[in-house]
Design a protein around this ligand. Structure first.
Ligand SMILES: Nc1nc2c(ncn2[C@@H]2O[C@H](COP(=O)(O)OP(=O)(O)OP(=O)(O)O)[C@@H](O)[C@H]2O)c(=O)[nH]1
Ligand SMILES: [Mg+2]
Length: 298
């Protein structure tokens, strides 16, 4: 199983690893800031977050009287860390904790659900999966394969059927078997974006009607390769569902992990897990400090 540090290799090699080289000998000047700005933008941090970060750094070195570029390393580490919100404990201590998984097609939802099922099962929870992506029969079959790998039951419905009724059936099943966790897979693609968002709202409503305070967590799965587009996707989903955290899939195959900084800074959403490969054990809980070290260390 790869950890966060190893999964950040491409992101680090592409851009972030060069930041430390910027701060070699010499004093901080306008050139330092220009180069840092261009590295951050190349690194998928996004213009808004990059400018905010540089503003913070400039203010701090003034305040602290720092003038040697070498001293910037520590300050950059601290200010990047501060862009990432500290996550509250997961809200999963319920008789039946319900996790809703949303995200565009191909982002890594089904794979991440398989990994999450195995992860929570290892923690001793009794997990059920709902295949509420009824848009394609193959999607339900794929979740069943992951259910078998993780050793947990999967409830599905007819192709083209109502996803909310699959969620409903899965809740009944989970309650009758005294399961304590239900993870709901959803479609990432419908005929229109409007339909997709309407369906996400409906499924959220049906779940809330059957289980108090549910869904207790709603994870938006983002593909780390999408970079700044991931931020736009997140903004779309936030209009329809109460996203409580991010699962960042495919960090291992991406050079664009810097997107996490703008998600933290601009959306104030915590990343909960990162995908570190295609196998069931290839997922790591997100750790802010490990992430920022993994970005910057060489
Ligand atoms: N390297 C790597 N590949 C991943 C990871 N997570 C998912 N994938 C791959 O990404 C592809 C899409 O994953 P899915 O889980 O099918 O994505 P999805 O969001 O369920 O897709 P739809 O059901 O079509 O909406 C698959 O080929 C996965 O093997 C990861 O963490 N690392
Ligand atoms: Mg899927």
């Amino acid at each position: 199983m790869k950890g966060i540090f190893e999964s950040l290799r491409k992101t680090r090699n592409a851009v972030f690893g060069q930041i430390a080289n910027l701060f070699g000998a010499g004093e901080i000047d306008e050139n330092t800031w220009d180069e840092l700005e261009s590295l951050l933008i190349q690194g998928d941090v996004g213009v808004e977050t990059t400018l905010a970060l540089i503003g913070k750094l400039r203010a701090r070195i003034k305040e602290e009287g720092v003038y040697r570029a070498a001293d910037l390393n520590r300050i950059v580490y601290e200010e990047i860390l501060a862009l990432l919100p500290e996550a509250p404990p997961l809200n999963l201590k319920w008789p039946l904790a319900v996790i809703l998984i949303v995200g565009v097609n191909g982002s890594g939802k089904t794979t991440s659900i398989g990994k999450l099922a195995a992860h929570y099962r290892r923690e001793g929870r009794k997990v059920v999966l709902a295949a509420a992506d009824t848009f394609r029969a193959a999607a339900m079959d794929q979740l069943k394969v992951w259910g078998e790998r993780a050793g947990v039951p999967v409830i599905d419905g007819p192709e083209g059927g109502d996803p909310s009724s699959v969620a409903y059936d899965a809740i009944e099943y989970a309650q009758s078997r005294k399961a304590d966790m239900l993870i709901v897979d959803t479609a990432g693609r419908l005929h229109t974006q409007h339909n997709l968002m309407a369906e996400m709202e409906k499924i959220q409503r049906i779940i809330a009607r059957r289980v108090a305070w549910a869904p207790h967590e709603t994870f938006l799965v983002l593909d780390a390769n999408t970079g700044q587009n991931g931020l736009i996707q997140a903004q779309q989903f936030l209009k329809a569902v109460k996203v409580s955290g991010i699962v960042l899939a495919k960090l291992d195959s991406s050079a664009r992990g810097g997107m996490v900084l703008s998600i933290g800074h601009q959306l104030n959403l915590p990343v909960r897990y990162v995908g570190t490969g295609e196998k069931i054990e290839d997922m790591a809980p997100f750790d802010r400090e490990a992430f920022v070290k993994g970005l910057l260390e060489q």
